[in-house]
Design a protein around this ligand. Sequence first.
Ligand code: NAG
Ligand code: NAG
Ligand code: NAG
Ligand code: NAG
Ligand code: NAG
Ligand code: NAG
Length: 408
Amino acid sequence: MKSQQKCIMIFALVCCFAVLVALIFSAVDVWGEDLDGITEENCNKNCRVVLVENIPEDISYFDNGTAHLPLSVGLYNLLDKAIRVVEIVSPLWLLNSSDYESSFQPAAKQGRALLSRLQGLKARGVQLKISSGMVDSTELRMLAIHGAEVHYVNMTALTKGHLLSSFWVVDRRHIYIGSASMDWRSLATRKELGVMVYNCSCLALDLHRVFSLYWGLQYRDFIPSFWSKRLFALFNKHKPLELTLNSTKARAYISSSPDVFIPKDRSNDLEAISWVIQEARHFIYISIIDYLPLVSSSALKYWSRIDGLIREALILRKVRVRLLISCWEKTQPLTFNFIWSLRSLCMEQANCSLEAVSTRSHCTTVFTTLETHFISPCCTSCVSVCVCVCVRRSSSTPECRGMAVSRE
Ligand SMILES: *[C@@H]1O[C@H](CO)[C@@H](O)[C@H](O)[C@H]1NC(C)=O
Ligand SMILES: *[C@@H]1O[C@H](CO)[C@@H](O)[C@H](O)[C@H]1NC(C)=O
Ligand SMILES: *[C@@H]1O[C@H](CO)[C@@H](O)[C@H](O)[C@H]1NC(C)=O
Ligand SMILES: *[C@@H]1O[C@H](CO)[C@@H](O)[C@H](O)[C@H]1NC(C)=O
Ligand SMILES: *[C@@H]1O[C@H](CO)[C@@H](O)[C@H](O)[C@H]1NC(C)=O
Ligand SMILES: *[C@@H]1O[C@H](CO)[C@@H](O)[C@H](O)[C@H]1NC(C)=O
């Protein structure tokens, strides 16, 4: 009986100790957030947004469409604003083009310029923190020599996947999220789109939490079953941040995936995308590399969640859908069958509008068979919103391949 009481007492003491330790740690968490005085309570929601893009060098438009700020200029602006710390997540680090690559791609020098700006941060007293899934990168080693802190996330061990996120957080005030990775091709030869949000510490604080999650996974080979409170999402689908973007009222939250990487309260990407599609009343414009309702892990699997939602929007809600899809050597030929089936769905349907266009000319073999069926009808039936793009073949003079790029 006595020893049982003793046991209970020791157990209670251990519990108290555990609670104490937990409290201390959560206090540390709070202090960590507080370092630069930006908290959830005093953060800024009065934000400025700038769209940035990269248009491949060899594509020229015939229209007078508004060009957004070039991606490289946007990134330089962001670096110029940095005072304390720049945090970067990128799937690739290939900014330094080889001399051979630079010789026939003049814009490749943009990558080198960005790299040297990043190397120059330390001299300005700005910390550079990088989370990367690339284990063996000469570029990251070089940046580390110039004062960058690089944390390696072993995705093979954690999810057997890849780190594909691409974003910057600057001083927990400004952010960049976009399709571009830290690859010179993203600044020269690829179509990229991104968004810079300035003076937006509320959103930056939340994105910083995503960064911190990656940062903390350095050299881990398992995913923790409990995440620190400091990584919980501040905003989500059900409780978005109410902010102003260029004086316009807006709502925003940051989603993430996969689910095993999601601490409490964060919405996952699929939820977020589904919600955006389901809420659309007038139009859905999508710019994406591949449009393919398939996933290939070991074998191909049919995965039609998003495709299904788009069909529903087209047929039931008469939402206008436009797809801007990449077309290159690696485009899966089935892509065109799926797009064709989407288009068929709209045939002879009043107010059903699906336009699908592609940005590149490189997929010669796939396109030759499709030109007559798929590309040309789009071009000929376009009324004012689509323009045909002249595409320069490597050798010959520019010729119109009948591809269209939608621009407002
Ligand atoms: C927001 O305002 C800034 C200037 O303050 C401008 O450069 C930017 O293009 C605007 N963004 C949008 C989406 O209109
Ligand atoms: C572009 O602007 C010029 C002059 O302002 C006009 O003549 C031309 O039709 C415009 N092109 C398009 C595609 O809007
Ligand atoms: C970039 O590449 C050039 C030539 O390949 C090399 O001389 C230079 O040291 C590289 N710079 C960095 C920062 O890796
Ligand atoms: C990453 O994890 C895999 C699987 O656990 C392991 O084989 C590999 O050595 C790890 N890589 C690094 C750089 O630690
Ligand atoms: C950022 O927001 C603060 C507070 O609203 C404002 O005082 C400041 O001028 C803004 N800075 C920029 C660069 O927009
Ligand atoms: C199509 O749209 C027009 C104009 O918005 C509308 O008047 C018409 O009723 C719609 N037709 C159908 C079948 O929804």
